[in-house]
Design a protein. Structure first.
Length: 312
């Protein structure tokens, strides 16, 4: 398996928590195993939720835990100047224009209330599919025309590839939001292509996004190198059975540091959560124990990069 570059891709919409750190440590450990470079890619397109202090928190957390990376910004100022997603809006537009030219998208003006009225989970049911709304109409999103029979082949880490299909949650997914900014699905895929990322580590909750992004690249003939990327989906860090969120400040690394928590305790806590064979108090120990556990799991045929049950 040839892997050359992976990425840490936090979103500065809140202070980082233990779940973010778990993903970072797994990413760095796997990169180390394969000799891959690590990119720091901060996803800041959600301008309504992004704050400068959240961006700075990313650098502070990486520094506190001594998590290294090879490429990307080294400071908030450097990020805003050279690496912000705002600097790549023209690239996202090229992707969207290509989808328009190939008649792969349609305009949708449905509100959240409309979506909720149509489906309890706000999954899109195709309300605007045949309305032929102008693609440049204000306050409309662009959704991709999806083919549910299309086979999606995903390269899963240390697993035999199996054919998949889009999940119900991703039927006619959005590629351009009503504010004309690209959706997460399009921007994330475009960034990975732009930075030549070929190994993507993410939580298993983003399995639907992996399907959507690989499907999207298949609709863009010039961008199908993304289809060759390798994916590893890890289990989530949960407290009391619930996924951590940035709205729950008690699990923010920043709060833990203010309360006097040491770096070693954070490594120990995450290592215990993963049931690693031995105590871990730093990155080297974590990587060693995580890779050992992964090797044992691979030999027994159990690897966490598989999609969750009922994903399809």
């Amino acid at each position: 398996m040839k892997i050359t570059k992976t990425r840490l891709a936090p979103t500065p919409s809140g202070y980082l928590h233990l779940g973010n750190v778990l993903s970072f440590l797994i990413t760095v450990s796997l990169a180390k195993k394969h000799g891959a470079k690590i990119l720091l890619r901060i996803d800041d397109l959600d301008h309504k939720r992004v704050k400068t202090e959240y961006i700075q928190d990313i650098f502070d957390t990486l520094d506190f835990l001594e998590i290294p990376y090879d490429e990307g910004p080294k400071s908030t100022k450097g990020f805003l100047q050279d690496y912000s997603q705002r600097n790549r809006l023209s690239i996202y537009k090229e992707f969207i224009d290509e989808l328009k030219e190939k008649s792969k998208v349609f305009a949708c003006e449905c509100s959240r209330k409309t979506l909720l009225n149509k489906h309890p989970k706000r999954w899109y049911t195709g309300t605007c599919l045949d309305r032929n709304l102008p693609l440049d109409k204000k306050q409309t999103a662009l959704r991709i025309i999806t083919d549910l029979t299309h086979t999606i082949n995903i390269n899963l880490y240390n697993e035999v590839n199996k054919p998949h299909h889009l999940t119900d949650a991703m039927i006619f997914f959005i590629v351009q939001k009503k504010d004309t900014y690209p959706s997460y699905q399009l921007a994330s895929m475009a960034d990975d292509i732009y930075f030549n990322v070929d190994f993507i580590v993410r939580g298993i909750d983003l399995w639907h996004s992996t399907l959507a992004q690989v499907y999207l690249s298949s609709q863009l003939p010039m961008q199908q190198t993304f289809n060759q990327a390798v994916f590893y989906h890890h289990q989530l860090y949960k407290e009391e059975g619930k996924k951590l969120s940035k709205s729950n400040g008690s699990y923010a690394i920043r709060q833990m540091i203010k309360a006097g928590t040491k770096k070693e305790e954070i490594y120990k806590r995450i290592g215990n959560h993963l049931h690693l064979p031995q105590l871990t108090t730093n990155l080297e120990e974590f990587s060693s124990q995580f890779l050992l556990q992964l090797d044992l799991s691979s030999k027994s045929g159990i690897v966490n990069s598989s999609p969750p049950l009922k994903a399809d």
